[in-house]
Design a protein around this ligand. Structure first.
Ligand code: ZN
Length: 373
């Protein structure tokens, strides 16, 4: 068994289900590997045991380092029973099973082994910054914390090793979740004229949302149109009371041409003063022009593994790249990793071990090319 596959198995054994996350011991396990390889490491906790790891090596005045990133939190097991142990890394043929094996401990393991192998040469090169985050699954918590703390410094390109089955993705939509509340005054249900019904106000707001138009065209050539969905509608506690509060959960998926603060202001104007808006998740979109020279290098590098040159596609899920690009001032970014996107968050989640091996090869090439080693 190769070291990348062994390390994937080691990482799967840490139960980092989020919530609660508890990423600390998993982060420390990786931290020791980087430290022994000669990287300078630092841990960053936004809450007790919610640990992200930053590891650096090399550096030069001429060129910024390249960033490799991945998250180590995983989603809950779900209601359905698993037929495999979700924390053992059991294998069957080419498949390794476990929660988070595809999303995305295989990706983290693969680039970690690459960094360990290249460490000596990376010392005298533009170098690498590795960012391993906690709490990605609930809206990039660890990455946002790193960005806000200003500890990340610089990077000239980002590789996000999320599960793409080794097919590069040039971007993804943003996710903007807004909680809308209406308030009223409660009264006995037999005397509604004494109250002020918050549900009626919310119903009017929902009708307006159904017809909501993002305004001037925001279609993006690769990411398409923005969307809006009302995913939650709650109000009232019992039949015989006038509800004094109601809540609407709004999920918007946005394109690079949109500004989330402006969307919120526009939504407020559209819904009026009866509705209070609060952003509860704010992850910007990510997009790199496929003609960017570095992106073309990445395409060259993966072509032999795919058997054909990749098309510039975008992904359905959001990633930590949204927060990291803010810190690094929007360098070219590729989402590329060995896990299977379709396996993310599934019962009996698995990854193909052959794809993990392939990712070790192309991550090596990508790091070597960037660093000129
Ligand atoms: Zn993920």
């Amino acid at each position: 068994m190769s070291r990348a596959i062994e390390l994937t198995k080691e990482l799967v054994r840490f139960n980092t289900i989020n919530p609660p996350g508890d990423e600390r011991i998993c982060a420390q396990h990786l931290g020791r590997i980087y430290e022994q390889a000669g990287f300078k490491i630092s841990y960053h906790e936004f809450e007790d045991k919610r640990t992200s790891l930053v590891a650096r090596i090399g550096g030069s005045a001429e060129k910024k380092p390249i960033c490799f990133t991945g998250h180590i939190d995983i989603v809950p097991l779900g209601r359905k029973a698993w037929s495999k142990d979700p924390f053992a890394g059991e294998t069957d043929g080419d498949k390794m099973y476990g929660r988070g094996v595809s999303d995305m401990k295989a990706g983290v393991a693969a680039f970690t082994i690459v960094m360990q192998q290249l460490a000596k040469q990376l010392e005298r090169s533009p170098g690498v910054i590795v960012v391993i985050t906690a709490d990605e699954e609930k809206g990039c918590g660890g990455a946002n914390h790193l960005e806000a703390s200003g500890v990340l410094g610089h990077a000239g390109a980002i590789v996000v090793a999320e599960p793409t089955g080794n097919y590069p993705m040039v971007g993804h939509k943003g996710a903007f979740w807004v909680c809308a509340k209406t308030r009223g005054k409660t009264a006995h249900g037999s005397m509604p004229h004494l109250g002020d019904n918050a549900v009626y106000k919310a119903a009017r707001a929902v009708s307006k949302l159904e017809g909501y138009d993002f305004g001037k065209p925001h279609a993006h050539p690769a990411l398409g149109l923005p969307s809006l969905n009302v995913g939650v509608f709650q109000g009232g506690l019992n039949y015989n009371s006038v509800p004094d509060e109601a809540m609407i959960g709004i999920d918007m998926r946005t394109t690079p041409n949109q500004d989330h603060a402006k969307i919120k202001a526009d939504l407020q104007r559209h819904l009026g003063v009866d509705v209070e808006l609060e952003a509860i998740m704010d992850v910007p979109s990510v997009y790199t022009d496929p003609n960017d020279p570095w992106m073309q290098h990445v395409f060259d590098t993966v072509t032999p593994f795919l058997g054909k040159r990749p098309e510039p596609i975008t992904g359905p899920f959001f990633t930590d790249a949204a927060a990291l690009r803010k810190a690094f001032k929007s360098p070219p970014t590729v989402v590329l990793g060995p896990g299977e996107a379709a396996q993310a968050h599934q019962t009996d989640e698995y990854a193909h071990m052959s794809k993990i091996e392939q990712s070790v090869e192309y991550f090596t090439t990508i790091a070597r090319r960037w660093c000129g080693i």
